[in-house]
Design a protein around this ligand. Structure first.
Ligand SMILES: Cc1ncc(COP(=O)(O)O)c(C=O)c1O
Length: 206
């Protein structure tokens, strides 16, 4: 089920929050998003369940991978965040876990804020070291501290701004520059508290 006119980058945030990702349903002409409840789909061409099998296939296969309702949310978030695309998860911690587990490997080093949401703090401090990933928690508002901690194996710099629970701010643009200078592969910004109405991290990095 494809709908039309799902996003317009010229919209202001209020209009985008309401309309982005949504369009008239071509089958029913419904003007509000239909909730799609099916867990499985009948693809027009053969498509496997694994990510490898689905490479290049845009349609829906299985609800856990994506479904039209979730896709509408992702398109809305991409417009609100000024992002190329977005990927929705069942919770913030599911997204956090996917990023850490998907991007870091044994021997890698992570620099992370020493004040962050408790779920993130527990995951990085308790689980990552067990998987052979070294973690340096520090005050990420202190750019010199980040620069000093960076080493050749540092693959990710994870900042949370404003940081939960102390609301400490970290300079996103400065961290992006530091990431480049130090050859750190990934900069992750948990911008949950600001929301895209308060801060759009992707507008602050090149
Ligand atoms: C800054 C921040 N990041 C991540 C999360 C995790 O989100 P969730 O509770 O959806 O897993 C929270 C939750 O409050 C949060 O405040």
């Amino acid at each position: 089920m494809e709908s039309e006119d799902r996003s317009n980058r010229a919209w202001g945030p209020q209009t985008a929050a309401v309309h982005a990702g949504e369009g008239i349903d071509p089958t029913t002409r419904a003007s509000s998003p239909n909730l799609v409840m099916s867990s499985t789909f009948a693809p027009e061409e053969m498509a496997g369940f694994s990510a490898r099998n689905r490479e290049g296939y845009e349609g829906f296969v299985y609800g856990r991978l994506s479904n039209p309702t979730v896709r509408q949310l992702e398109e809305k978030l991409a417009v609100l965040e000024d992002a190329e695309d977005a990927q929705a998860y069942a919770s913030g911690m599911a997204a956090t876990h996917a990023l850490l587990a998907g991007r870091l490997s044994v021997g890698d080093h992570l620099i992370v804020s020493d004040s962050n949401y408790v779920g993130t703090a527990e995951l990085v401090r308790d689980s990552l070291p067990r998987w052979g990933i070294e973690v340096t928690p520090l005050d990420t508002s202190d750019l010199a501290a980040i620069a000093n901690a960076a080493r050749p194996e540092t693959r990710m710099l994870w900042i949370e701004t404003p940081a939960n629970p102390i609301m400490r701010l970290t300079d996103i643009a400065a961290c992006a520059a530091l990431k480049r200078d130090k050859g750190i592969r990934d900069l992750v910004v948990d911008s949950t508290f600001a929301s895209p109405l308060g801060c759009r991290p992707l507008d602050l990095v090149d």
